[in-house]
Design a protein around this ligand. Structure first.
Ligand code: GDP
Ligand code: GDP
Length: 517
């Protein structure tokens, strides 16, 4: 079994009590006294001891990577995006669930998070892509035409191909026809899905949809899975290898920054302040989209790529779908970014939307900088309460560098670059295996895992197979309690820094090999 439990950058991991260390320790001093060579030798010994345990192929690959001297993460292309659009109740959400399988539903099983997600990673026959879901959003009878069209438009704008879902049992309605006109105008490849064709007798309903002029309708039953294989074959065929919206961004280029935050928090003001008037190099990586997507801005003597600034500059003046658009933009910008600057309004109480945006960043595993904007509006009173709020509501991102600034006046805007550098350095950071194991050895010796039911899980060996963000894997003899894992992460931060990056801590519980002769 290659299950690896990961803890680390989740928001409130309510499970289990916190581990409270029983005594002071001198781990930092002991580590400092240990030479690299000694640490390496100790790790070698631990590594050798692992051979007594049942390891699978994945374990072996992971350990090999350590032996090769560490990972060199390749930059991955942004996967192509498939948008699912259509009227309410035609079965979009059902189809999306069918496409992504049950996996996501389990992974995202956090109340309040699932609901707000608009895009999911999916895979079909080896092609990885992102599905953008426009289902499940509130709608009322009034102005439904308008809303369906608006939502479809937002999704289609970031998509490389579109699944247009029609209820075959109802047939084409005037709303469907309005969406068809929109799709024509956008010129993206479209597949027409004739949904709710639950059996062969309903195929004729599907055929009637040829009339929409979008070519062959694909008869599908999203509920039963009938026809979805053929549909996905066709969809994957239409998708480019990488998203035209994101594209492949070469490693070693300017670092990629996403400016995020709720509407009116000051994103476009900050962008303008940072860009000045003539420093902006508009960069049309996307090629196929008409809007320039990213901007290259020189800060601190270096170029930075601010991703998806088109989404910031193109102010959305729509009555509906503003939240939806914001979520969509946040997710699609994060896909391309290495570090997120989340703007918060210092002069106002943290909102639910702020919390949601932060959670999306945490889920993405990107580096994080918090920018408290509108500092010019602060007074002493507010400042007192802000500190309280930060302690209480932002404790889970206490590791992110904070910058107080004013996008309006430009005050402190030069503080952003050092914060970005810190966060990215941590994000790229790798702890040598010797040091890591030495640290854990000292930690466990000073603060052992609680004994439960007469048993005490042991940490056999640790390695950091990847960075961006740092991922540490522990081989153990038993399940480490969440509270203890959080304790490990806390101490990792105290010992090694990691300011500005989430840390993933994975755990592989392995059993002793049965001796065969
Ligand atoms: P959305 O509003 O477009 O996201 O639609 P939903 O996915 O929420 O589905 C609306 C209703 O249609 C639900 O009651 C589904 O169970 C039902 N539905 C979806 N797909 C099918 C299908 O293939 N066949 C049948 N018979 N019902 C379906
Ligand atoms: P966006 O929606 O996040 O792009 O926000 P904008 O940049 O459009 O800003 C929204 C409003 O807040 C505008 O009226 C800005 O002038 C104002 N604003 C932005 N930054 C600051 C700031 O640092 N101080 C003050 N007082 N107002 C600001």
């Amino acid at each position: 079994m290659s299950t690896e439990n990961t803890a680390g950058h989740g928001l409130q991991e309510a499970d289990g009590a916190e581990y409270v260390p029983a005594r002071e320790d001198d781990i930092a001093e002991r580590l400092a006294a240990l030479s690299d060579e000694e640490a390496r030798q100790r790790a070698e010994a631990l590594r050798a001891g692992l051979e007594d345990y049942e390891l699978d192929e994945e374990d072996a690959a992971l350990l090999d990577r350590w032996e090769e001297g560490g990972p060199e993460a390749e930059d991955e292309p942004v996967p192509p995006v498939l948008a699912v659009v259509g009227r309410p109740n035609v079965g979009k959400s059902t189809l999306v669930n069918r496409i992504i399988g049950r996996r996501e539903a389990v992974v995202e099983d956090v109340p309040g998070v699932t609901r707000d997600r608009v895009s999911y990673e999916a895979e079909w026959n080896g092609t990885v892509f992102t599905v953008v879901d426009t289902g499940g959003w509130e709608h009322d009878a009034k102005g439904i035409h308008q809303r369906v069209a608006e939502q479809a438009e937002l999704a289609v704008d970031v998509a490389d191909a579109v699944l247009f879902v029609v209820d075959a049992t109802v047939g084409a309605t005037s709303t469907d026809e309005a969406v068809v006109r929109l799709l024509r105008r956008k010129g993206k490849p479209v597949i027409l899905v004739a949904n709710k064709v639950d059996d062969i007798t309903q195929e004729a309903d599907a055929a009637a949809l040829w009339g929409l002029g979008l070519g062959q309708p694909y008869p599908v039953s999203a509920v039963h899975g009938r026809g979805t294989g053929d549909l996905l074959d066709a969809a994957v065929e239409l998708l480019p290898e990488e998203s035209a919206h994101g594209g492949l961004i070469p490693r070693g280029g300017p670092r990629r920054v996403a400016l995020l935050g709720r509407p009116n928090v000051g994103k476009s003001s900050l962008l303008n302040k940072l860009a000045g008037s003539d420093r902006v190099v508009v960069d049309d990586t996307a090629g196929t989209t008409r809007d320039p997507v990213d901007e290259l801005i020189e800060l601190g003597g270096r170029l930075w790529r601010f991703v998806d600034t088109a989404g910031i500059r193109r102010r959305q003046h729509m009555a509906h779908g503003a939240d939806y658009y914001a979520s969509l933009r946040t997710q699609s910008a994060l896909d391309k970014a290495e570090v997120a600057v989340v703007l918060l309004e210092a002069s106002e109480v943290l909102s639910e939307q702020d919390v949601r945006i932060l959670q999306t960043v945490l889920d993405s595993g990107r580096a994080l900088v918090l920018a408290f904007n509108k500092w010019d509006l602060m007074d002493e009173d507010r400042r007192y309460y802000l500190e309280r709020e930060i302690d209480k509501d932002l404790a889970h991102v206490a590791w992110a560098p904070r910058v107080n600034l004013s996008a309006k006046t430009g005050w402190h805007k030069d503080r952003l670059v050092p914060a970005l550098d810190t966060a990215l350095e941590s994000w790229d950071r790798r702890i040598p295996t010797g040091k890591l194991n030495a640290f854990l050895g000292e930690l466990v010796a000073a603060h052992p895992h609680p004994v439960r039911g007469g048993k005490q899980p042991r940490i056999l060996f640790a390695t950091q197979p990847s960075t961006r963000p740092p991922r540490i894997v522990l081989f153990t003899t038993g399940f480490l309690e969440p509270g203890y894992r959080r304790f490990i992460i806390r101490r990792l931060r105290e010992t090694f820094g990691f300011e500005g990056t989430p840390i993933e801590l994975g755990m592989r519980v392995r059993e002793k090999r049965s001796r065969k002769r």
